[in-house]
Design a protein around this ligand. Structure first.
Ligand SMILES: Nc1ncnc2c1ncn2[C@@H]1O[C@H](COP(=O)(O)OP(=O)(O)OP(=O)(O)O)[C@@H](O)[C@H]1O
Ligand SMILES: [Mg+2]
Length: 424
């Protein structure tokens, strides 16, 4: 039904654009009825179409119709403000007040430094790219939380503590925000490293203040950089302090389970105190992306630049071992290079070379470097890995060579190998 209404509106827009619409036509009346139905039942995309239609009507001088639709938009807006969405209704059962943008985050008593950041849910949540199993795990948690009221009523409340762990730059913090967005809950982001290192001695008190704040409101509490605790433990001067801090955390996490959802994040799960680790009912590993996920991440960040499957498969292969964060940084560099050098018709290889020049990190960029330093080697490796699914022509296209050149390189390579084998 929504699709039909959407199509109708789009059709009307197109007619407006080509000025084919007959003034006072039956179509205007139908559109008004459709808009009324659609605004009551569809999402923001539909609203956007109606707003565009209002503009088009005004341009066409159809002021009466434009005003009638504007009136519909206004009344739908005030109605939707009064009518909470399904998730919000469900969370009404949770204790706590609604957090509004007017509420200031709590601050350290002596320094006035804020103890957390508050992020309000985005309109259109975008998930980081994860393997299917992780996406399913996340969806399950969200689904259970969306039904918290019903589940609580039968004594099967969803898990209230979750630990995300994995390498730096794999999208853990991003995932925390995404979960808040999906649940329609504000995220209170506390970075334990900031809390601890900056306020040694008053850390336990700050943790208490932070949890009291989070327990007062309906929110998702995100405890980022959780391994900062482990760093503190390494310091022999701080034995008393770490005990105080760990105890404060354990007590506060236990108490919080009566209030809301807590998500902790760490890069070094092995360093965490076992008592802290045990507190988390759900533990999820966020992995470094595999080839298919890298393709999707690259495609997402390369937009609006044009891409094709050969280019994505190639880029995904040369970026093995890179995290989502690395890929995002690489794509930013490629975009900068291609934009600045747009007049000289830059090739992908030029852009990759420029990136490699300023990125020397732990050997993970080795293949990227090889693309410009030894393209023959790259061609040989790709052609000996059929799972990549690229032909000689494809490899030629991305390396800026014709198929005959790639074929010649491979023959020369084979010949060299045979000669070496014969010599041995
Ligand atoms: N799987 C992914 N899909 C899409 N984007 C990603 C992914 N992983 C990382 N990113 C990008 O990298 C940025 C950094 O990710 P994020 O800060 O969430 O990583 P992290 O795991 O929390 O890293 P750290 O452990 O260093 O804090 C994100 O904002 C996002 O733009
Ligand atoms: Mg992070």
């Amino acid at each position: 039904m929504h699709i039909i209404i959407d199509l109708c509106i789009i059709e009307a827009m197109q007619r407006m654009a080509t000025a084919k619409m007959d003034k006072n036509s039956e179509l205007l009346r139908i559109i008004r009825t459709m808009s009324r139905i659609g605004l009551g039942t569809s999402g923001p995309a539909f609203r956007y179409q109606v707003e565009r239609l209002v503009k088009a009507l005004r341009n066409e001088g159809e002021l009466r119709e434009a005003e009638a639709l504007e009136e519909l938009l206004r009344s739908e807006e005030s109605e939707s403000k009064m009518k909470p969405s399904r998730l919000v209704q469900s969370f009404a059962a949770l204790p706590g007040e609604n957090l509004s943008p007017k509420v200031a985050p709590p601050a350290d008593r002596e320094t006035s430094a804020p103890l957390c950041e508050i992020h309000f849910p985005a309109e259109s949540p975008i998930s980081p790219v994860f393997p299917q199993s992780l996406t399913e795990a996340v969806e399950r948690i969200i689904e259970e939380w969306a039904h918290v009221e019903e589940l609580q009523a039968i004594g099967a409340a969803p898990p209230r503590t979750c630990m995300l762990f994995g390498n730096p730059g794999t999208g853990k913090t991003r995932l925390g925000y995404y979960m808040g967005d999906r649940l329609g809950l504000p995220v209170i982001l506390a970075r334990l490293d900031g809390l601890i290192s900056s306020f040694l001695g008053t850390t336990a008190r700050n943790i208490g203040t932070l949890f009291d704040f989070a327990n007062r409101y309906r929110c998702l509490l995100l405890l980022d950089e959780f391994d900062a605790l482990a760093k503190l433990r390494d310091d022999p001067q701080e034995v008393g302090e770490i005990k105080r801090v760990v105890n404060a955390l354990l007590q506060n996490i236990d108490k919080r389970t009566a209030f809301g959802f807590t998500l902790a994040i760490t890069n070094h799960e092995g360093l965490l105190d076992p008592a802290v680790w045990r507190r988390f009912e759900v533990r999820i590993k966020v992995p470094v992306p595999e080839r298919r996920e890298r393709e999707l991440i690259l495609e997402r960040y390369l937009a609006p630049l044009p891409t094709d499957s050969v280019m994505l498969r190639f880029l995904s292969w040369i970026t093995e071992g890179l995290t989502g964060s690395d890929l995002e940084a690489m794509v930013r560099s490629l975009k900068r290079y291609t934009t600045i050098h747009s007049k000289g018709d830059p090739t992908l290889i030029d852009a990759l070379r420029a990136y490699a020049l300023t990125n020397a990190t732990a050997g993970r960029e080795q293949r990227i470097r090889m693309v410009s330093d030894s393209p023959q080697e790259i061609a040989r490796e790709i052609m000996s890995s059929p799972e990549i699914g690229l032909t000689q022509q494809d490899v030629g296209a991305v390396l800026g060579k014709d198929q005959a050149t790639i074929s010649r390189w491979l023959k020369a390579e084979n010949l060299a190998e045979r000669t070496m084998a014969n010599a041995e």
